[in-house]
Design a protein. Sequence first.
Length: 197
Amino acid sequence: MKKLTVALLAISLMVVGCGVNKDYVSQQIQDSEARTKAEIGSLRDKTDGNASEISKLRSLSSELDAKANMAINKAKGFENYQIIWKGEINFDFDRANVNGAAEQILSEAGDKMEQNPGSVIEIAGHTDKTGSSTYNLMLGQQRAAAAKRFLSERFGISLYRMFEISYGENKPAADSGEMKSSSKNRRVSLTIWGPMN
């Protein structure tokens, strides 16, 4: 009898143990399924986001292609152009506003462009090496834009006749060892191109 009781007790413990194990395993499976569903949802969101980004990039690429084609078409006919005037304006540290001395030089450029209606001007912004290269590219762009705005507002020069670019710190006029090199490098270079006679 004693052996039978022990056997029944062992069987009941196994059954209870199996029930506990079954519940535990069932809970683990549910947790795993929940995590998998969450990961799938997250991946789906990322995929949708990537698809949206890809669509935007394709659209931007198409726009850039169209602009490049337009620029190439507009550039045709400029093969016979030559430099007819060069100038340079300087800026204060970390500034992009046109001062009095710069206004005089820009006025010379405006007069030259009025005298040569077929001319175009290249406006290149530069900076010294202070600051990050990204910031300097932006500051060079702001300086070029200020010169372009002056010529447009003061002389009515059409925007399609003015081309601006920023080189930031990449094309210094003076080496860092030279005296006042930083102030020489804070500039906008102006180059007017006109048809050869």
